[in-house]
Design a protein around this ligand. Structure first.
Ligand SMILES: CC(C)(COP(=O)(O)OP(=O)(O)OC[C@H]1O[C@@H](n2cnc3c(N)ncnc32)[C@H](O)[C@@H]1OP(=O)(O)O)[C@@H](O)C(=O)NCCC(=O)NCCSC(=O)CCO
Length: 117
């Protein structure tokens, strides 16, 4: 997400860019946070270390952001899609929050977004 954040910073500052399209591959838009990286960290390490510090950057970009989604948009990937101003979903797009099966809850913005909508 740090790299995506840097790219969004650059696009926002570039006067030649009017809108931003975020996409993935045909198979997956994004499968969410790296479970392997998360699994051995305690709550204190993740929270104190600002593990999700840049996750909501998509929602703060001051240019229209379009999420072009195909394949899996899971966990944080689903949240990324929901942060876009417009979601353009292909027929094979699948949205979900499977992290509840790991005993965790959507980490960043999903619950707030659902309540607001
Ligand atoms: C994305 C799925 C549906 C793909 O399933 P499949 O095609 O069967 O492929 P897999 O063999 O399951 O996966 C291939 C390979 O990718 C690794 N992987 C997939 N997702 C992640 C991930 N989120 N983090 C880390 N690694 C991931 C998987 O372990 C395999 O690696 P190998 O080394 O080859 O074994 C399926 O993989 C799936 O459902 N993934 C979990 C999605 C998920 O739970 N996302 C939420 C993450 S928590 C989060 O986002 C916090 C914010 O709330």
């Amino acid at each position: 997400m740090t790299e995506v954040g840097r790219a969004l910073d650059a696009f926002e500052a570039d006067g030649e860019i009017g809108a931003i399209v975020i996409t993935g591959s045909e198979r997956a838009f994004a499968a969410g946070a790296d479970i392997k990286e998360m699994q051995n960290r305690t709550f204190q390490e993740r929270y104190g270390g600002n593990f999700l510090a840049h996750w909501n950057r998509i929602s703060t970009v001051k240019k229209p952001v379009i999420g072009a989604v195909n394949g899996f948009a899971l966990g944080g990937g689903c949240e990324w899609a929901m942060m876009c101003d417009v979601i353009y979903a292909g027929e094979k797009a699948q949205f979900g929050q499977p992290e509840i099966l790991l005993g965790t809850i959507p980490g960043e913005i999903l619950l707030i977004t659902l309540i607001l909508n």
